[in-house]
Design a protein around this ligand. Structure first.
Ligand code: ASP
Ligand code: MG
Length: 326
């Protein structure tokens, strides 16, 4: 049997009904595979925990930066411990052998950079032992331990990185990232309704998209996937449509997606983009038509990023998308 890794994001685990949908999805995949599941915290849990620590600081008239960083990671890591336990309780109640493991039980070792720790080493013995015994293994995403057994976290969105790192270590056949969107689109479909889903995208393009503001994947997980050859597939928890596969193979060069970061930075991503003057000219025309002043342009082989001097409205994103992609 092949080993596969399935990662579920916070919005896929937000309430009991959704946990049941996730459990059924896992059960289905476990018929033909050894399954390792990585979970985020449920819904907005991590945001709530951050806010609770800020309330404590405010109460004693201290700033957020004065919150003890070690203790903050102890607090933040608790969200994933809850979701992994709940999912495992449910799977066991549904008649499937399942075990939850947190970062110290697995041995996910990181440096000591609290709130943004880097994974240094993963011990696969315990995971393999549980898989051999027929268990579905549920692992807390986003957390690790340092060499002194202090709890660390990997940075917001970091459970994607846990998933790909574990898939690498286990030589898993695929790493599926499940969320409430079913793939990578030519632009955020919530902002650009006629955006199209991509079948494939290369690691390099996906890295550019993630670091330029696309929320679907943590940029560090894409880097690990590329380095260790892990096929990453993004799919929706709530439908069975084929998602987007991130691989080395490039279907073709050309523009793949338009993405906005913060309020005034727009990036057009696609391999070979810098060799086509037409792309930049079209963006400049649209900026001019919308009376947008440019602050900075940054061009590399996979992207053109433009920072405007003012806030860019969604209609501009739509216009650039339609001019370049349709
Ligand atoms: N729960 C963490 C966060 O909200 C990690 C993750 O979702 O990947 O950032
Ligand atoms: Mg995420």
């Amino acid at each position: 049997m092949d080993t596969i890794v399935l990662k579920f994001g916070g919005s896929s685990l937000a309430d009991n009904e959704k946990l049941k949908i996730v459990a059924n999805k896992i059960i289905n995949r476990a018929k033909e595979n050894k399954v390792v599941v990585i979970v985020s915290a449920q819904g907005k849990t991590t945001d709530n925990l951050i806010n609770q620590s800020k309330e404590l600081a405010e109460m004693v008239e201290k700033t957020d930066s004065q919150i003890n960083k070690r203790e903050l990671d102890v607090l933040l890591s608790s969200g994933e411990q809850m979701s992994s336990a709940k999912l495992s309780i449910l799977l066991n109640l549904m008649g499937y052998k399942s075990i939850s493991l947190n970062a110290w039980q697995v041995g996910i070792y990181t440096n000591s950079n609290y709130q943004n720790a880097l994974i240094e080493k993963i011990d696969k013995k315990r995971i393999n032992k549980e898989l051999e015994n027929g268990y579905i293994v549920i692992i807390t995403g986003f957390q690790g331990i340092d060499k002194n057994n202090n709890i660390t976290t990997l940075g917001r969105g970091g459970s994607d990185t846990t998933a790909v790192a574990i898939a690498t270590e286990l030589k898993a056949k695929q790493c599926y990232i499940y969320s409430d969107v079913d793939g990578i689109y030519t632009a955020d479909p919530n902002k650009v309704p006629n955006a199209d889903k991509l079948k494939n995208i290369s690691y390099e393009e996906m890295y550019a998209l993630s670091s330029e503001g696309a929320k679907v994947l943590h940029d560090r997980c894409v880097e690990i996937g590329e380095r260790f050859d892990v096929p990453i597939i993004t799919e929706s928890t709530f439908n069975n449509k084929p998602g987007t596969q991130i691989t080395h193979k490039l279907e073709c060069s050309g523009i793949k997606s338009i993405v906005k970061k913060d309020v005034s930075r727009i990036s057009v991503v696609g391999f070979g983009i810098s060799s086509n003057d037409d792309t930049l000219n079209k963006i400049l025309e649209i900026a001019d038509k919308n009376s947008l002043e440019i602050f900075n342009i940054d061009i590399s082989r996979t992207k053109i990023s433009i920072v405007f001097k003012e806030i860019v409205k969604e209609n501009v994103l739509q216009e650039i998308h339609d001019a370049l992609i349709l």
